[in-house]
Design a protein around this ligand. Structure first.
Ligand code: OAD
Length: 251
């Protein structure tokens, strides 16, 4: 870390210590050092190798359920094997030491924030480890529990043609009920917003930095590369989540 970045980290640390309300928005870069690939990094990002419309849309799932199911099973294995990194642990430590100050908002579908200790993170894009029905069961429309599904790739309803799908938000789908509203409220109310490891390419998550900035918060971005929302930041730290967050949240 160069002298300039060291000074910026110290500046942000002081602001975080003084803040009453802090929002942290994380993206795939947060988990990159835990070995979970990002989406848009050139070469290593998932969308450099795979077609998002085939693998992350309802139409893609319907066109080839087995292919999509198997791809999520493979990613689930990677998530289960991964461990929270020093960045996740730094955020969890801050939340523990300063109860009630941090709202953690994540676009990540892995459970590394939760396993680090941030069990109340707002999960904008769902949970890759959860299963849910593709549509309301025609056999029993109130049936939410997928445990009755017949195992398979993907599992199926024993009574109708309904399929089980991963509990993530696909392109074109609504975010889980109430989660974006809670995130916007937190962004509006915070004194400091820190955005970690997101390209800022996907909305509505990408709009949260602007909400915070317009409401008067200090906005900082941590990312080794440029992002689409750098223009919203008062402070930009060029570094990685595991490398920089422990210093940012040191007390
Ligand atoms: P992207 O893959 O678009 O962006 C990842 C960002 O992380 C990039 O800006 C990288 O520069 C940065 N990065 C890489 N390594 C890092 C590190 N070690 N520390 C910090 N930053 C690092 O991922 P998201 O912005 O999260 O949707 O993508 C948003 C959504 O698009 C995802 O939630 C996903 C995807 O389609 C769903 O899963 C529904």
């Amino acid at each position: 870390m160069d002298e300039h970045t060291r000074r910026d980290v110290a500046d942000l640390r002081v602001r975080l210590l003084a803040a009453q309300k802090v929002c942290v928005l994380t993206g795939a870069g947060m988990s990159a050092e835990s070995g979970i690939p990002t989406f848009r990094d050139a070469q290593t990002g998932l969308w450099a190798k795979f077609d998002p419309m085939q693998l992350a849309s309802e139409a893609g799932f319907r066109s080839d359920p087995r292919l999509v199911w198997d791809w999520y099973e493979h990613r689930r294995e990677g998530v289960r094997r991964a461990l929270p990194n020093a960045g996740h642990l730094a955020l969890a430590g801050y939340a523990r030491r300063r109860p009630g100050r941090l709202t953690l908002i994540t676009q990540n579908v892995d459970d590394l924030h939760q396993r680090a200790g941030n069990t109340d993170a707002l999960r904008l894009h769902g949970d890759i480890l959860l299963d849910r029905w593709l549509e309301r069961c025609t056999h029993q429309p109130s049936l939410l529990d997928v445990s009755s599904a017949v195992p398979g790739r993907p599992p199926k309803c024993p009574h109708c043609a309904n399929l089980v799908r991963p509990g993530v938000v696909w392109f074109g789908e609504q975010l889980p009920d109430g989660v974006m509203e809670a995130a916007e409220q937190a962004a509006f109310e915070c004194d400091v917003m820190l955005v970690v490891g997101t390209s800022g390419a996907v909305w509505p998550a990408a709009g949260l930095a602007q909400v915070a900035r317009e409401a008067g918060a200090h906005v900082a971005i941590l990312n080794p590369q440029e992002s689409a929302i750098d223009g919203e930041a008062h402070l930009i730290l060029r570094g990685t989540a595991a490398g920089v967050l422990p210093g940012v949240f040191a007390e």
